[in-house]
Design a protein around this ligand. Structure first.
Ligand SMILES: NC(=O)c1ccc[n+]([C@@H]2O[C@H](COP(=O)([O-])OP(=O)(O)OC[C@H]3O[C@@H](n4cnc5c(N)ncnc54)[C@H](OP(=O)(O)O)[C@@H]3O)[C@@H](O)[C@H]2O)c1
Length: 264
């Protein structure tokens, strides 16, 4: 699949993986609707993209479900169609189950899970009508396993896998495609933006993320996988093999994980 000329909506495009995906998609010739809550950071993404004047930014909170249609209608008004949506907005977690307020758990699910599925409900009729369109979801290695102090985050990514594999099966007779991007550790501000059990921001960078794969490398590999219409891809460092190890030896992984993941 050639991204050139595609109209793509990217959520969470104001930083990290979303920004890197925007730059890579623009490099491949796509035209972008970039959304997130921080307008200045969104504009910085747009400026960093090739053909910056072709792309548009719009303030959008993925938990404000009533606003999805406004973004979608703006895309249709501007370009007449939508070819792909990259569901990337998300928030990390730093807190054990014991110390995490249930309201915080709901907030994580609202952003990471419903913030994707409700956008699907907005754009799916358009894709079905055209019998064309593509969903990309930024999931995680944590969509297939879980580690201490990330239980709700892992649950939100597992839930995405359940939803999107079901959707994929429903769409098997159409030309609508779907790629799940399962990221390992990627060098972004995700830990800084993560939420603690009491709902406050974590506000610090983890060692793993400081030294992890650059977001630009992730984006290059992700866009290649999308171009090849791969159903699911694991991108990152050695941690990307953990789901495979878990399948081969679940008991070993259950024993190893709590012993290896000791830091926040
Ligand atoms: N970095 C990693 O190691 C890693 C690993 C696995 C998966 N991921 C996934 O990658 C995705 C991007 O994360 P990142 O690493 O790039 O972290 P990041 O730099 O913190 O970016 C998160 C993005 O999500 C947006 N966002 C957060 N809450 C939002 C809301 N309520 N409405 C709209 N946008 C919202 C943020 O924009 P605003 O704050 O401007 O709204 C920002 O653009 C997430 O889904 C994350 O789970 C990351």
């Amino acid at each position: 699949m050639d991204l050139s000329g595609n109209i793509i909506w990217i959520t969470g495009a104001s930083s990290g993986i979303g920004r890197a995906l925007a730059m890579e998609c623009a490099r491949q010739g796509a035209t972008l609707m970039l959304t997130a809550r921080r307008v200045e950071a969104l504009e910085a993404t747009r400026s960093a993209c090739e053909r910056s004047e072709d792309h548009r930014c719009m303030i959008h909170d993925v938990t404000a479900h009533e606003t999805h249609a406004a973004v979608f209608n703006s895309i249709l008004d501007t370009w007449g169609r939508l070819d792909m949506v990259i569901l990337n907005a998300g928030i990390g977690q730093r807190g054990s189950v014991q110390e995490t307020d249930p309201e915080v758990e709901r907030r994580i699910m609202e952003i990471n899970y419903f913030g994707c599925t409700e956008v699907v409900h907005t754009v799916l009729p358009h894709f079905l009508e055209r019998n064309d369109g593509y969903f990309v979801v930024t999931s995680s290695v944590m969509g297939t396993l879980s580690t201490p102090r990330r239980a709700t985050y892992a649950a939100s990514k597992h839930a995405l896998h359940g939803f999107f594999e079901g959707l994929r099966a429903e769409l098997y007779q159409t030309r609508i495609g779907l790629t799940l991007l399962c990221a390992g550790y990627i060098r972004t501000d995700i830990s800084f933006h993560s939420v603690r059990g009491d709902g406050e921001g974590y506000g610090a960078m983890d060692d793993q993320h400081c030294t992890a794969m650059p977001a630009s490398t992730f984006a290059r590999r992700a866009v290649k996988a999308i171009s090849l219409r791969k159903p699911m891809v694991f991108i990152g460092g050695p941690e990307r093999f953990a789901p495979l190890l878990q399948r081969l030896s679940p008991g070993l992984v259950r024993w190893l994980l709590p012993r290896m993941v000791t830091r926040d």
